[in-house]
Design a protein around this ligand. Sequence first.
Ligand code: PLP
Length: 374
Amino acid sequence: MITPRLEIDLDKIYHNATTLVGRLKRLGISVTGITKAFRGAPKIAQMLQRAGVSGLGDSRIENIERMRRAGIDGQMMLVRSPMISQVDRVVAAADISFNTELDVIAALSRAAQKTRTWHGVVLMVELGDLREGIMPRDVAKAVQTVRRFPHIRLKGLGSNLACRNGVSPDNANMEMLSALADQTDEHIENSGFIVSGGNSSNLSWAFGGGKVRRVNNLRLGEAILCGCEPLHGRHIPGLYRDAITLVAEVIESKIKPTKPWGTLGQAPFGQVPVTIDDGNIFQSLLAIGRQDIDPDGLQPLSGVTVLGASSDHLVLNTGSCQLVLGAEVSFQPDYSALLRAMTSPYVTQTFTGNVVAAVPHPGPFIAPCFSGAA
Ligand SMILES: *Cc1c(COP(=O)(O)O)cnc(C)c1O
């Protein structure tokens, strides 16, 4: 088989998605399936739709266009503020985009006018993590302005936390979002007004008895693909965390000392050079590197340790066994490693599992946690 590769188990992703959709539905929360980590791969996107997501979302218009070209319909959201240079593409491919700049919304309105259509807008609110968002005190005014654009429909409010400063979703910031929703849209019941509270890092809050109030949507990528919540890296019970496996191949396998020799300069990529002598080890090199993965985000599946990585090599201590040349070593990538692997042209994607329309729902299943997991 081709290496390096990502082995993507569609059945496990389906299980994760449908489980999260079901649990959140009980709280009155719909799930937007976020497709950016797999660049909108149509097979995975379709599978998320079958699992019952209310729509698909991506941060890149290219991925949304790819899904549209593949014939995927249903609601699609651009969850990053559109580039003003891309408004025509955004209006053509996405039903809704997340916005924080009135000039961009004005440009979206003009783009929609040209094609005699309208475009949906979710206004993102800043709740303290200091990435995107309109400051809460400015929301009412922005809402008024947005409502005046002839080819724009205000579809809701949203927020995003834990992506820049690690600010956690909690009752205080989610209540602020709910209060802004109250102020924006008084028809609390059945209005279809989206109140999108955040991403996978909202799950601890939502499942931990958080006060959901007006929050009726979450946008989930990592939790579906990796089976864990990003705030604490904790496994979500009942989800598979091994839906996606990375496989790379051994290109050198030798007995080597642990301690480097010679004059030490600065190690590349901010790595700390080894200074302790642990004697000789079985060291293997894999043909994969920083171009393809984040080495800190790889959990080896069997008794090996990642020692370091350069652009094209991953260095392993293989413990008590010497790997043979051509051997394949598997890893559980975390979201950061996965993002890079999925977007590396050098990493092939292979699909297993076969989700068809009526999949028997797999029973409760707890995947074994890999070491280091909570
Ligand atoms: C990537 C992204 C998400 C999904 O985040 P996960 O942690 O993968 O669930 C949600 N919202 C926005 C705006 C995003 O960019």
